[in-house]
Structures are given as structure tokens and as C-alpha cells.
Design a protein around this ligand. Sequence first.
Ligand code: HXC
Length: 257
Amino acid sequence: TAPETIQVETRGRVGWITLDRPEALNALNAQIMREVVAAATAFDADPAIGAIVLTGSAKAFAAGADIKEMEAKTSVDWLVDDPFGEWPRFAAIRTPVIAAVSGYALGGGCELAMMCDLIVAADSARFGQPEVNLGVLPGIGGTQRLVRAIGYYKAADMVLTGRLISAEDAERAGLVSRVVPADDLLDEVATIAEGIAAKSLPSLYAAKAALDAALETSLAEGLRFERHAFAAQFDTHDQKEGMAAFREKRDPDFTHR
Ligand code: HXC
């Protein structure tokens, strides 16, 4: 069945997912989670896709988890039904994902952006973890990924005050990869995504996995992981091709194998 809360499009080797619940500023309900995760995992399973873009509207990337859907839940509902239990599958996909953020990225919206590999922000973007204003706290990774991204004191300032920060402040803190003029966001992100998707797919998978290891393991473990991942690339066609192309002063012709 066709998705109702997102738009999905393939452009060359880039898969685009656009959050599309304008009536709720792309608030993240169970349906949009299922549809995003289904689209992203389908792109991830397709070797013709080398990068994924996740974006929203000019006004909102996503204004958080859907408060109206959550309001009546009990703790037992969360523990037993695990209504947001599919989001870790989005964070676990192998393909590089770029969040193209315009407008609000709040609560679950900021957390969703942090499940992506690059966060490219329009200069109009606003980031925040305002859950304390609702009597709760971040629930899909905000406290953990934010501390890792920007450090304890910047993260605590966002999580404990609930204040919104500008794209510029988010970039300075290290939450945002690049800030671009709002009108240029999708063009800039398309260029970045096409550039990534043109690289050899096995090297992208390995590089993303090694970057993930940096967040999840000790330095020694991470270095071991990287060394083995590096060695493994030398069994790919594309490593030989990439290095031959350098030597022959031409562009590589990657087969993504
Ligand atoms: C449900 C939402 C929503 C949300 C906005 N809407 N955010 N609905 N859940 N998170 C709806 C509004 O109810 C409204 O619909 C419509 O979207 C437009 O929003 P307005 O508030 O009228 O727009 P504006 O005045 O421009 O204000 C924008 C805003 C504000 C500042 C972003 O909407 C806002 O504060 N939203 C909530 C942000 C938030 O607290 N996010 C964290 C959620 S908790 P109607 O039909 O009413 O007019 C969270 C936890 C994650 O994310 C962890 C889960 C496990």
C-alpha cells in the first residue's frame, strides 16, 4: 500500500523521503514511523541506492513525537506495545542518510535528525528538546545522542531548559554539519547526496559502520574495527579501480562491488 504520511522518490542513486503531515508539522506518529522505516529499509536493501535524504517541509522537519497520539498512553503501553520500537531500525541502516532540516526539528524531530549521518540545516532551522515542557524527557535517543554530539553541558542546556537553538548555534555546537540559505537547502543537499552516492557502496557501508563504532565502543575496539574494515576493502573491485584511476589521472568507474 502506498504511504500516506511521507513522499518517496528515487533520483539517480539517491532515495528521497519527505515527511508529509503538514497539518501536524510532521509530528511523528506510529504511521509515519512505520512508513519512514519501511521506505528507508527498502532503499537500504537496494544496491542502486547510495545515499538517502530525509527531509520535511519549509516550516518543519518534524515538531516532535505526536503529542495527541501519546497523551493518553500509560507506562505499560510504552513497555508492552513499544510504539516507537521501529526507530532503531532506521538508525541501523547501512546507507548514509542526510537529514535536510528546515524549520522546526523538535523533540523526536531532533532525535530523528540525530539518527542520520549528516545534518544539513537551513539557516531558518530551529532545534530543541522541549520534552520537559510536557512533563516528560526525550525518548528516542535525545539524551544519549545529544551528549555524544555536542557534549554534556550543551546537551544539558537543551534538555533541561527545553529552549530552541538556531541553526547557527547548532552548527557551532556540532549538532549540524552545514548551514545553508533556506532557499538553497534542497539543491545543496541533492548535490551532497549525489556526491556521496557516487562513491563505492562497500566503502560507504564500511565507513558508516566504522563511524558508528566510534560512538559505541572504546578507542581500542574502534581502531580494531577500522583496521579490519580497511583491510576488507582490498577485496573489492572498486578499491583496485579507485586506486588505478588515481594513478591514471582519470575518474573512477565504480561498480559498487
Ligand atoms: C502533535 C502537533 C505537534 C506535535 C505541532 N502540532 N506539533 N501535533 N504533536 N508534536 C500541531 C498543532 O497542534 C497544530 O494543529 C499544528 O500542528 C500547527 O501547530 P501550531 O502550534 O499551531 O504552530 P505554531 O504556532 O507555528 O507553533 C509551532 C511549534 C508548536 C512551536 C512547533 O507547534 C509546538 O510547540 N509544538 C510541539 C513541540 C514539542 O513539544 N515537541 C516535542 C514533543 S515530545 P491543530 O490542529 O491543533 O491546530 C517528543 C518526545 C519524543 O517529541 C520521544 C518519544 C518516545
